[in-house]
Design a protein around this ligand. Structure first.
Ligand code: NZQ
Ligand code: ZN
Length: 390
């Protein structure tokens, strides 16, 4: 069944080799004063920084560099918002991965707000406006380039918040797969694991439809096949282009229009993990996924496992449903392991003694136990998932 929905993604997506040649025309629509945001230097190593500076030689550029993975409210968002106000910035150009883009989106809203920016990010206050954001995305993972969300950490209060607002859609996103050739094996694997999880958060929902199932299974197949190729041959354009395009569909709803909303419980759990231990988002999700699947396996959910078993993995339809579900869980575990993700949180530095506190934090900030959710998780369930993931 396709239920009621509204779909709105006003981002201009420019895809392909050297698509960034159109950057000056697109940026010029919004003004001459540009805040150029980037991370720890990958864009300089791959020559993208020089190319952007050359393309934008007629613009006034102010730079904010050093934006961290798991971007921080303090200093990055606060500094960026101040730079925008001081320099009369018209448009933000984000060049980098999802962290740089998320930080830029948060800056875009905070730059137009006179109060404490965290009030916007924590959704206490609704933004009335935001600066336009254009991005060149260099890592296939989050889908931030095609969605209205950003995820920001506040280390002072051990919090990592997903902030959604229609003002946060980038006005234009440039996706050139060649700029992802330099992404190392770890980030390639983690980025793909993130995108796989985005699909699964939407697949495990009720109602669902044959159409959406087909699109999502196709997305999973593409991600799982092409990541292996990209890990082996980092400059394989065909593989990198599929990863990049499929990842961009992850979080704007297009995969699940008309389906139920699950509440994205694995993301709630992972955001607590990276708030407490600053781990890589996709790695945390990969580790949680099979443990979460085992926790939610029930008469209600088993049909989803069977569909994945038959349609994605090609298992024999005659298998008993419970065997099929076990095989699906095992298959995801082995897949993540095969792309190089350590499958235990302890290996990423997570400490077992924080599990109970994190479970409380998740319930307080992300409410994973709402009755409308596809598979609500109470405190004991969260503790079981986290403990099994250690
Ligand atoms: O900082 P630099 O030097 O640029 O290096 C980055 C960083 O160290 C590097 N990198 C990026 N592009 C590269 C590259 N290295 C070589 N070549 C390139 N082309 O990769 C490292 C990780 O970058 P990051 O931006 O942190 O990764 P990702 O894109 O996976 O973003 C992760 C963040 O996005 C959030 C996560 O929680 C996390 O904070 N998410 C955002 C979402 C959204 N806005 O919709 C949804 C997701 O579920 C997710 O929560
Ligand atoms: Zn994610």
């Amino acid at each position: 069944m396709i239920g009621n929905f509204t779909y709105y993604t006003p981002t201009k997506l420019c895809f392909g080799k050297d698509c960034i040649k159109d950057l000056p025309g697109v940026i010029g629509r919004y003004g001459r004063n540009v805040l150029l945001t980037y991370g720890g230097g990958s864009i300089k190593k791959m020559g993208l920084y020089d190319r952007v500076k050359e393309l934008l030689k007629d613009f006034n550029i102010v730079e904010l560099s050093g934006i961290e993975p798991n971007p921080k409210y303090d200093p990055s968002v606060i500094t960026g918002a101040r730079l925008c106000k001081e320099n009369n910035i018209d448009v933000i150009l984000s060049v980098g991965g999802g962290s740089v883009l998320d930080c830029s989106k948060a800056i875009s809203a905070c730059a137009k707000y006179d109060g404490e920016g965290w009030d916007l990010i924590s959704s206490k206050v609704k933004a009335k406006e935001a600066l336009p954001v254009v991005d060149i995305i260099t890592l296939a993972a989050t889908g931030s380039e095609y969605d209205a969300g950003c995820v920001i950490s506040n280390t002072a209060i051990n919090d990592k918040r997903g902030y959604m607002d229609d003002h946060l859609y980038p006005v234009a996103s440039f996706l050139d797969p060649e700029y992802t050739f330099s992404v190392n094996k770890w980030q390639t694997a983690c980025g793909t694991a993130d995108a796989i999880n985005h699909v699964l958060e939407q697949f495990f929902a009720d109602p669902h439809s044959t159409f959406n199932d087909g699109v999502m299974i196709s997305a999973l197949r593409s991600l799982m096949t092409n990541v292996k190729i990209a890990l082996e041959t980092p400059d394989d354009y065909a593989a990198r282009s599929e990863l990049m395009y499929v990842c961009s569909w992850g979080c704007n709803g297009i995969l699940s229009n008309g389906a139920g909303y699950s509440g994205w419980p694995m993301h709630s759990i992972e955001h607590a993990l990276s708030a407490y231990f600053d781990i890589t988002h996709g790695a945390g999700l990969a580790i949680i996924t099979p443990r979460w699947m085992r926790e939610i396996l029930s008469d209600k959910t088993i049909e989803r496992f069977v569909t994945l078993g038959v349609e994605l993995f090609g298992f024999d339809k005659a298998l008993p449903d419970t065997d099929m579900a076990e095989k699906v869980i095992e298959e995801f575990y082995r897949f993540f392991e095969s792309i190089g993700i350590p499958m235990h949180l302890g290996e990423l530095g997570v400490k077992a003694e924080s599990i109970e506190e994190m479970a409380d934090h998740i319930l307080e900030n992300d409410s994973t136990n709402e009755p409308w959710m596809y598979a609500p998780l109470d405190k004991n369930a969260l503790i079981r998932i986290l403990s099994a993931s250690m």
